[in-house]
Ligand binder design. Structure first.
Ligand SMILES: Cc1ncc(COP(=O)(O)O)c(C=O)c1O
Length: 431
């Protein structure tokens, strides 16, 4: 099995932390997102403990909540003492209604409107991660109008190419995100920010990409960012308190992906930070990382019911299920790989090659192409693994398909974290 919390029961059913997925499907219906609360908590604790142990004092992770955003996850993150990264007023609002301490929220995004800025300030958002100087000026103005000082970080594009998919690569100079370092614009931006009376600069942020397996990219990012922090100190006399190196550590979607020892990876990154700071003869700032996927992806799987198995002679077999790009658009968007299991017969040999097709009226609605599984029949439950990140949060109502429920498994219990949408929900906004 791809992960330790997955197993096969005596009845041949796929189990999550000992709970029978076929029973979960019967109880809650399909399609169904199943998340394992204990797995999320373990991942969070691994990051927190490792960063406390191996990174400069005061370093911490924040959860990139775009990966999975609903009230329950902010409650869990609050209970675990996490900070969070939110990228929209919708995420901020969800954090707020979940009772998340807003002073521990970092507000990201490359286009914060005046309404967004006003809402975020009124909700007491701890830090804005400024993405452009237009935005910086607007934040200064809104803070001045409220008579407050807003804490900010400045997002830098460090000019590092992680060679991942173009759509999840954000750190190169030619990017919509951040202020470019290479062009001298980042230094100019800091100079301007330091003149703003209602904006309190705390440091710098970058994010080089996602699904990264090479820790050397974090070394490169740390090297560029710490050098920039030192240059700013030497040129402008401003000492950064925080350097945020972004998210991005990978997760295992398929057997060929490496097994990642997060504690060991974080120890390595911590070591690089110490070495680089020593080389630069600087006191290292507090380092933040903002993992999304590596905190929640492997905690999740999606259960579907098979509707048909179609064999196109001499071409391909299609297994059609009752979900698809509406609950997981990642294959359609960028060919993301997943492991597929016939959860009803998880003990049977995976000797049937098939394309897992969604239910939408769209030939591109494919969940996974040409994968091996135990041959299913109508009514079987198929599981797509590692769907805890960027699935529920990317879901849509295309074809007016209601979004699935999110059920959390917690030890021997399970509970609904997000209820299934109804057809009434689908029509609720129509006038
Ligand atoms: C700025 C920023 N931070 C954090 C993340 C989280 O990345 P991941 O989920 O790969 O850890 C992303 C993802 O795109 C991001 O753009």
């Amino acid at each position: 099995m791809l992960y330790n919390h997955l197993s096969v029961g005596e009845n041949g059913h796929l189990c999550v932390s000992g709970q029978d997925t076929i029973a979960l499907a019967a109880q809650y219906g399909t399609p169904l997102y199943v998340m394992d609360e204990q797995v999320i908590r373990q991942r969070v604790r691994t990051y927190k403990t490792a960063m406390e142990r191996y990174f400069p004092a005061g370093s911490r992770p924040e959860f990139a909540s775009k990966a999975f955003s609903c009230r329950r996850i902010y409650e869990i993150m609050a209970e675990e003492g996490m900070a969070v990264d939110a990228v929209s007023p919708g995420e901020l609002y969800t954090a707020k209604v979940a009772g998340f301490p807003m002073e521990r929220v970092f507000f990201h995004g490359n286009n914060k409107s005046d309404e967004d800025i006003a809402a975020a300030m009124d909700w007491g958002t701890g830090y804005f991660v400024l993405d452009s100087m237009d935005e910086a000026a607007a934040v200064e103005q809104h803070a001045a109008e409220r008579g407050i000082t807003q804490k900010v970080l400045l997002r830098i594009t460090p000019g590092i190419d992680p060679h991942t998919h173009r759509k999840i690569n954000t750190g190169t100079v030619d990017s919509k995100f951040g202020v470019a370092l290479e062009t001298g614009q980042a230094m100019e931006a800091v100079k301007t920010l330091l003149t703003y009376p209602h904006v309190e600069l705390h440091g710098f942020h970058c994010h080089v990409g996602s699904q990264l397996f090479e820790v050397s990219l974090f070394r490169d990012a740390a090297s560029v960012m710490l050098k920039f922090a030192r240059d700013v100190r030497d040129t402008l006399g401003f000492t950064a308190d925080i350097v945020n190196l972004g998210g991005g550590l990978g997760v295992r979607y398929v057997e060929s992906d490496p097994i990642i020892d997060y504690d060991a990876r974080l120890q390595e990154i911590g070591g690089y930070i110490r070495e680089i700071s020593d080389e630069l003869q600087m006191q290292p700032p507090r380092i933040m990382l903002e993992p999304g996927r590596s905190l929640v992806a492997d905690a999740g799987l999606t259960l579907y019911t098979v509707g048909s198995v179609k064999e196109v002679t001499d071409y391909r077999n299609y297994v059609s299920v009752n979900g698809g790009m509406t609950d997981n658009p990642r294959y359609t968007l960028y060919g993301a790989e997943y492991t597929v299991i016939n959860a009803s017969h998880a003990d049977a040999p995976c000797d049937y090659e098939a394309t897992l097709a969604g239910r939408c009226c769209e030939s591109g609605d494919i969940l996974q192409r040409d994968v091996m599984m135990a041959k299913p029949t109508r009514g079987d439950i198929v599981a797509v693994l590692t769907t805890g990140a960027y699935n529920y949060s990317m879901a849509s109502n295309y074809n007016r398909v209601p979004r699935p429920a999110v059920v959390m498994v917690n030890g021997d219990d399970s509970y609904v974290a997000v209820r299934r949408e109804t057809y009434e929900d689908i029509c609720a906004l129509d006038q």
